[in-house]
Design a protein around this ligand. Structure first.
Ligand code: SF4
Length: 352
C-alpha cells in the first residue's frame, strides 16, 4: 500500500462521491499503464482491446471517462453510442508512436504502392495505437484494426483475403507477428516514409508479404538484449515475459511474448514462489508485483510511459466535476463511420 498524502485522500474521496451520485450514468475506464490510484478508482481496467470491447458493450452510462492516451479515448468515442460522451482527463496525453504515422504520408505510400502493384491485393491494417483517420483509411479499403492481443488473428484474417498486409505504425508488433507466422525476413520490408517507395526497390515491394511502417514505441524499445542477458544471469530460474512492441532480438531471447492483457494473466496464473521478469510499462509491473505477493515480479528495466502518467487524481476529479463539458473527445462523422467498420472487423475476429 502506497503512503498517500492527505490531499490525495481528499481527491479520492471527492471522486468517489461524484461516482456515487452519478451511479450507472458514469463509467470510468483505465488502461493497465495508469497510476495505481487511477486504476483503483476505475470501474473497469484493461488493455486497449479489452477497453474497446467494454466500450462497445457499455450502453447504460451516458458519460465515459477514459483514463488512457488520446487514441484510446478516440476509439472509445467511435465505438460509443450516440447518447454517450467520452472525456479524457488530459487532452495532451498522446502517444508518440501513434503520431509516427500520419494520414497524408500513409495515403502517399498507398499511391506509390498502387504504381507498382495491385492495392486490391494489399490489406491495410492499423494498430489500435493510431489516429482515427488511419483507422478510417483501413475501413474504406476493406482493412481492419488490431491490438497486440489479436494481431495474430488479424494477420490470419488478412492473409485469408489478400496477398500482402500494409501494417502501421508499429514495425515491431508487425515483425514479431510475421515471425510467429513463419514469414521470412525477406518477405517483410520496412517503409521509410521519408524516402521514395519507402526506400525499397520494385522487386522488394513485389516480393513482400508484410510492409511495415517504421514506427516504434519508445517505452518498449527501451528494453535491450543486455537487460535480458543481465537478468537471466542474476535470476537463472526466472521466466522473462515481454510485450510484442519490443524489438525482435529482445523477444527472441525472452521466454514468453504477449499483449498487456496476456502478461497480466500470465503473472496471475504463475505458480506461487516463481520469479517473473516483465518487459513492459513500469506502472503495470509495479502493480503486478503488489497484487501478486506470492511471486517475485521484477521489471526488465524501469520504463515509464510519460503520456499515460499525465493523468492524475487532480485531473480526474476536474473531469468528474465537469462531466460532459471538458476535454470531450470528438471524431467527425465522416471519419467515424469508416473507422467504426475497421474496429468492428477487429471485434468480430475469432478469439485468439
Ligand atoms: S506505451 Fe508506447 S505505445 Fe503505449 S501509449 Fe505509451 S508510447 Fe504509446
Amino acid at each position: 500500500m502506497l503512503d498517500r498524502s492527505s490531499e490525495e485522500e481528499r481527491l479520492i474521496e471527492e471522486i468517489k462521491k461524484i461516482k456515487k451520485e452519478m451511479g450507472d450514468n458514469l463509467i470510468i475506464l483505465a488502461h493497465h499503464y495508469q497510476r495505481s490510484d487511477i486504476v483503483d478508482l476505475a470501474d473497469f481496467r484493461g488493455d486497449s482491446f479489452e477497453l474497446s470491447q467494454k466500450t462497445a458493450q457499455s450502453r447504460t452510462a451516458n458519460n465515459i471517462i477514459f483514463c488512457g492516451v488520446h487514441f484510446m479515448a478516440e476509439s472509445a468515442t467511435i465505438l460509443a453510442g450516440p447518447h454517450q460522451t467520452v472525456q479524457i482527463p488530459d487532452q495532451h496525453a498522446g502517444c508518440p508512436m501513434a503520431d509516427m504515422a500520419d494520414i497524408h504520408l500513409v495515403e502517399k505510400a498507398w499511391e506509390q504502392l498502387a504504381s507498382i502493384t495491385d492495392t486490391g491485393a494489399i490489406m491495410p491494417m492499423a494498430y489500435m495505437n493510431s489516429d482515427a483517420e488511419l483507422k478510417a483509411f483501413c475501413g474504406r479499403n476493406e482493412g481492419l484494426v488490431c491490438t497486440s492481443s489479436n494481431a495474430p488473428a488479424a494477420f490470419e484474417w488478412a492473409f485469408g483475403r489478400s496477398e500482402k498486409v500494409f501494417f502501421f505504425p508499429d514495425q515491431h508488433l508487425g515483425r514479431n507477428t510475421g515471425n510467429r507466422m513463419g514469414i521470412s525476413p525477406e518477405e517483410m520490408i520496412v517503409w521509410d516514409s521519408q524516402k521514395p517507395f519507402g526506400g525499397n526497390s520494385r522487386e522488394e515491394i513485389k516480393r513482400a508479404r508484410i510492409i511495415l511502417w517504421d514506427g516504434y514505441c519508445l517505452v518498449h524499445t527501451r528494453f535491450k538484449t543486455e537487460h535480458v542477458r543481465g537478468m537471466r544471469k542474476r535470476f537463472p530460474e526466472a521466466k522473462i515475459v515481454v510485450h510484442p512492441e519490443c524489438t525482435e532480438d529482445v523477444v527472441s531471447l525472452s521466454d514468453v511474448v504477449g499483449s498487456t492483457g496476456y502478461i497480466v494473466k500470465y503473472v496471475k496464473e504463475a505458480a506461487p514462489g516463481s520469479t517473473i521478469i516483465v518487459g513492459t510499462e513500469i506502472n503495470l509491473v509495479r502493480r503486478l508485483a503488489k497484487e501478486n505477493p506470492d511471486k517475485k515480479v521484477l521489471d526488465l528495466c524501469n520504463s515509464l510511459c510519460a503520456n499515460m502518467f499525465k493523468i492524475d487524481l487532480k485531473k480526474l476529479l476536474w473531469t468528474c466535476e465537469n462531466i460532459g463539458k471538458v476535454n470531450v473527445v470528438t471524431v467527425p462523422d465522416t471519419i467515424k463511420e469508416n473507422a467504426q467498420k475497421a474496429l468492428k472487423r477487429m471485434l468480430d475476429l475469432p478469439a485468439s
